[in-house]
Structures are given as C-alpha cells and as structure tokens.
Design a protein. Sequence first.
Length: 441
Amino acid sequence: MTMEQTSLFAKSVPEPLAARIRPRTLGEIAGQQHLLGKGKVLRRLIEQDSISSMIFWGPPGVGKTTLAGVIAQMTKARFINFSAVISGIKEIREVMKKAEDNRLYGEQTIVFVDEIHRFNKAQQDAFLPFVEKGSIILIGATTENPSFEVNGALLSRCKVFVLKALSVEDITALLRRAIIDERGFGGQKIIIEDSLLQKLAAFANGDARRALSLLEMVVLNAEAGEDGTEVTAENVEQCTSRKMLLYDKDGEEHYNIISALHKSMRNSDPDAAVYWLARMLEGGEDPLYVARRITRFASEDIGLADPRALEIAVAAYQACHFIGMPECTVHLTQAVVYMSLAPKSNALYVAYGMARKDAEERQAEPVPLHLRNAVTKLMKDLDYGKDYQYAHDTQEKITAMECLPESLQGRSYYHPTQEGLEGRFAKRLQEIKAWKRQQKK
C-alpha cells in the first residue's frame, strides 16, 4: 500500500472563474443560437439523445469544450475526454478496445477529442474503423479549418458544426451572470457599471474564457469597502492595456487576413487595407511576409498601369529588412496606401496565365533557328542564327521577324488596359502591330 505524500505548506488553489461557472445545461451556454436555439438541429439531436460523430469548429473560448461537457451530462452514453496533445496511438487503441467491449453490453461511448487538429494522420486513422463500426461517437473540437486539418475519410463520417465568436451582448450577459452566480462572485457584493462589463466584453474579442479571466482580474484588483467591492474604470483600464488580437500566423486566419488585405487594395480601399495591415502586424506577423505579398500585388493587380508600384513595394521590403518592427509599419502603410490608390490592371497576370497554358498544353516546339545563337562552327553550319534581324540596325528599331514557334504565330497574350500609364503601352503596342502587319503585305 502506498501513500501520497503532501507538503506541510500545500494549500488548495481555487479554480479559475471560467471553470467554476462552466455551463451545466444548454440554457446556460452563451451564444450559438444558430445551433442551440429552440428547434435547431444540434439542440434536437442532444435533447433526443441521438447524436452522431461530429466536429465543433470555432475560435477559442466560444464553448466547444463546454458544449461537449453538457452533452456528457445530458446523454446516456459513457463519456471519455481525450487530449490530442498527450495521447498517442497506443492510448487510442486502449480506449477503443474498452469502447468496443462496452458496445457489446449495449453501452454507447462518446469520445471527446479536444484540439483534434493536433493529431497526425496515423492517429486520426486509428479512430476511423471504430467510428465506422459505431463503437464510438467521436466529438472533435478544433480552432483550425477541418477541411485542411482532419483526414478526408474521418471528416466524411462527421457532421461539422461551426461555432461563432460570441457577440459583445452574449459575453456581457455571461459576465452579469458571473457576478450573481453563487459559483462565481454571488457570495460577494461586486459593484461594477454595465458600461465597464461591456468594455470587458468588447476587449475579449469573442472569447468567453478570456472575458471571465479579465473579470476575475479586475475584481481581484478592485478595492473592497464597506458597501462591497467596487470595480472602477481605472481597474478595467489597467487590465486591458493591450488587446490580444485573434490572429494565428500559422493557421487559417493568416490566410483570411492576407486575403482581406489583398482584396481591399484591389478594390482601391486604403482605409480597409490599412486596417487589415494593422491586424496582421499587431498580431505578430512577419513584416517581410507582408512586404512580399505587397510586391506580388504590385505586378499582379497594377502592373504597367503604374510601373512605380513595383519600385515602391520593393523599397518597402528593403525598409522592413533594414529597420524591422515596429518602425517599418509606416513604410508598409505607405506601400499599402499607394497600391490602393494606384490605377489597376491585371493584364500582366492574365498574359502569363495564357502563355503558361500554351506552354503546358501544347507541343513543346523547338526554338526557331533564327532565334538561336550560333556559338560554334557546327551550329552555324546547321543554320543557327540564319536570317536573324537585329532591331538596332533598323531606323525604326524594330523588325517584322517572327519570334513565336510556327504553331503559335499570331497568338496574343498581353492585352493592355487603358488604365493609368498602361494606356501609353497600349497605344505603343497597337502601333507596333500595325507596322508589322504593313511590312508583311
């Protein structure tokens, strides 16, 4: 027999507020009315105890784990909480064997896997046969897009429910409940204006867990008086000095926000573009990554409508490289605003796409002999460079010589717009083509 030794100085540590008032019923869950409102599909499945394998996808702190816990209390199935961080294939197989044994006795097992996106393919595959046989009902929770992070075979057997970030109203109501709930601060008299609760709710960025942690922090830092503990605007200000932005530079939000930046610049909206730029940089994004994307934009969406756009984008990249954060934010802002206001043309992007299609799909014809360099006597004897016309030897600095392979002669890839300076290039190109047609008559 072994005995657990404890320190003489050990004392119990109270649970965080978020854990103490974790919802026990569907009615206590904040938000998610599109799933849990009266008559909604997920609510009906839970109340009828007829759930199947599912994945909860949503940002942090919106109730994925809480909802799984409520299902555990309402369902008649055995419930196993499984961590994707500390569990391997061996642990999965052990749990699955127990679940299979329980099924033989008519007992259903729900396996809840938090952060299922952290499982690799082999670990996810270990669940598949048991989900297929009905040995378990799998409930996965993830902050990442399951289309990319969950195996297709497993995903096809699970219903995906998207949980939304909580509104300020949802979180404010949750904070009010925490003030009066006996599991929260109901045993104390907390004095706090509703406007301050709303400020905490807004600062939490849709994350209930963060909002409750903030509330706990401001209450602990407030002065206790005869009439109760009064939370002041100064207490709230001290605890909300810097907002943690919802931005995962390795996850889907990274691609969502760079897409928003790119499309805002394309739509000539400098205000939106600067906002999305700030969201990325303040969220911890590498400024050189942003500068590279702006450089791509300069040619993809502006091109010859304003050739200076590329110069400014490259200069911004160099400034970021030399100076770094936070000083380089102003250089990126200059580049983003310039790109937003510049005339737009995707003619270069389209031209390359058309040429690439021909290069990939058509027969790879040899380079015409007159375009080849004759660097040896043998090459010269084989007519390399024969009939080549040197443009600089002509008065017009241009010749009627064909430069495309024979099967592609007459193909046109670059179609300039009339936007900005590209109008000049369009006029020049028309003159060149007209001159060449005249020479061939």
